[in-house]
Design a protein around this ligand. Structure first.
Ligand code: FAD
Ligand code: SF4
Ligand code: SF4
Length: 483
């Protein structure tokens, strides 16, 4: 007989650090659930059947969401068991839940069509996922589960190279290691993690969490070679001689620029450079760390995606007055809802329907203002469903000594120039199995999609691992038959 559930309309909130405190440091803003709060929130889930549950359909990697949530309630008297069971369900589809629980745009994915939304607040799936991962890490439960998996791995004797240690490459590496492959990641930077390390700031995703997720891969036997640039330190041909297959997860790290007079003035950064200095080089701890970053008094961030929001909130933490300038309206802001709310709470201002046309400098070549054309939206929509915008011929000038450009990124160039690799509009072309035009070379994540999301990159990593496994199993069987 079906259990009758009591409807609890209101979401259990997660504690957050007060604005006046957090604005002065880079420590995490949201503090997450305790076990007691997580159970209270888990009780709100109506446990929709697996085949129907809209949350599972909305999650790009199809985690059994009611399945993991139910474990928290079922074993509420034994937190360690509850979390171990829940993590086991999550890990079947997602190996980086501490990350995705923090950075997925849940409002557009798993939480979008949660049925609780019809009567009250949607279930806080992201924060529950984050809780399970955090509790498991803090209590050694994830290691326990990992050490149950490791002895069951049967080695295949085949080797796979991965290009790039972002979410796509890390996920492919983990899945392939579990399938028995000898996996080596080649990473261009001095630290693994991709955007998780160099792009997303500490106050949203603490770096020690990413490092611990990467440590788990090392325990699975994955080798990570940092400061190794494929296309420079080692070529694709050399990789193909040494390895049985290659996965490219090189991301989209080449920033788009604005073609306007004055773009080379002092004080203009790309968000990529600014955030890399802040996150990877720890510029916010200068002079303890030796890379400085110069942030002026008046900062304009151009672009209102996650990158723009991260740049704006980082600049606020350096004490600047910060304005986000966006050429469209508020309805088209693409950053996660939580980040926009946090940015507003932290005093970031928003100016909509303005597009930069000129950067104005002083006699020393330093930026002092930005001239914008005012824009207006038409009723007609573009291919992405956004209202088309046009210039009005009217202009406005805003003072600024620093500009951070966050208008998107292209896939990394070096890999794209690999001989024989088919590329269209800057993105690597793949077939339905994520194989590129070079046999045995697969690709996924931002390198094939352009700038997308962490979970889509991870989903590609999993799919590619499965396809590589099938490809290499056939290769092994072929070799046996010919022996
Ligand atoms: P990346 O994370 O870019 O990793 C690629 C890796 O490959 C990098 O480490 C790079 O150094 C390495 N590499 C490149 N070329 C080579 C080479 N030739 N040889 C060796 N290594 C190479 N998504 C969300 O879902 N939620 C968010 O909140 C969010 N916020 C974001 C904030 C910022 C500031 C940015 C920039 C992006 C954000 N995104 C967010 C997008 C998300 O981070 C990306 O979609 C995701 O990281 C893509 O993963 P990837 O593995 O394909 O590439
Ligand atoms: Fe939601 Fe992302 Fe977790 Fe899927 S991986 S359940 S979309 S938070
Ligand atoms: Fe629970 Fe909402 Fe998913 Fe239904 S849709 S199972 S209520 S999280």
């Amino acid at each position: 007989m079906a259990v009758k559930r009591k409807i609890i309309k209101e979401r259990v909130p997660t504690p957050e650090r007060p604005v006046e405190e957090r604005i002065h440091d880079f420590k995490e803003v949201n503090l997450g659930y305790t076990f007691e709060l997580a159970v209270k929130e888990a009780e709100r889930c109506l446990q929709c059947p697996y085949d129907y549950a809209p949350c599972i359909k909305g999650c790009p990697v199809h985690i059994n969401i009611p399945g993991f949530i139910s474990k928290l309630v079922e074993y509420r008297d034994n937190p360690d068991k509850a979390v171990k069971e829940a993590l086991n369900v999550i890990w079947a589809c997602n190996s980086l839940p501490a990350t995705t629980g923090r950075v997925c745009p849940q409002e557009d994915q798993c939480e979008k069509n949660c049925v609780m939304g019809k009567v009250g607040d949607k279930v806080n799936i992201g924060k529950l996922e984050r809780f399970v991962a955090d509790y498991a890490r803090e209590h050694g439960i994830d290691e326990e589960l990992l050490f149950e998996i490791i002895p069951k791995i049967e080695k295949t004797g085949q080797k796979v190279a991965i290009v790039g240690a972002g979410p796509a490459g890390l996920t492919a590496a983990g899945e392939l290691a579990k399938l028995g492959y000898d996996v080596t990641i080649y990473e261009a930077l001095h630290e693994a993690g991709g955007v998780l390390m160099y792009g997303i700031p500490e106050f949203r995703l603490p770096k020690d969490i990413v490092e611990k997720e990467i440590d788990k891969l090392r325990k699975l036997g994955v080798k990570i070679l940092t400061d190794h640039i494929v296309g420079k330190t080692v070529t694709m041909e050399e990789l193909l001689e040494e390895y049985d297959a290659v996965f490219i997860g090189s991301g989209a790290g080449t920033p788009r620029l604005i073609n306007a007079p004055g773009i080379n003035l002092n004080g203009i950064y790309t968000a990529n450079e600014f955030l890399t200095r802040v996150n990877l080089m720890k510029a916010y701890k200068f002079p303890e760390y030796d890379t400085p970053v110069k942030v002026g008094k008046k900062v304009i961030v151009i672009g209102a995606g996650n990158t723009g929001m991260d740049a704006a909130r980082s600049a606020r933490r350096f004490g600047a007055e910060v304005t986000i300038a966006y050429r469209r309206g508020e309805e088209d802001v693409s950053a996660r809802e939580e980040e926009v709310a946090h940015a507003k709470e932290e005093g970031v201002k928003f100016e909509y329907f303005i597009n930069p046309v000129e950067f104005i400098g002083d006699e020393n070549g330093n930026l002092k203002a930005v001239k914008f054309e005012k824009m207006k939206a038409l009723d007609e929509r573009d291919a992405r469903g956004k209202r088309k915008i046009v210039g009005t011929g009217e202009y406005v000038t805003l003072e600024a000594d620093t500009v951070i450009i966050a208008i998107g990124k292209h896939p990394n160039r070096l890999i794209i120039n690999t001989p024989g690799l088919k590329v269209e509009r800057g993105k690597i072309v793949v077939d339905e199995n994520l194989m590129t035009s070079i046999p045995g070379v697969f690709a996924g994540g931002d390198a094939i999609r352009g700038e997308a999301t962490v979970i889509l990159a991870m989903g590609d990593g999993r799919r590619a691992a499965k396809a590589i496994h099938e490809y290499l199993t056939k290769k092994r069987e072929g070799q046996k038959a010919n022996a």
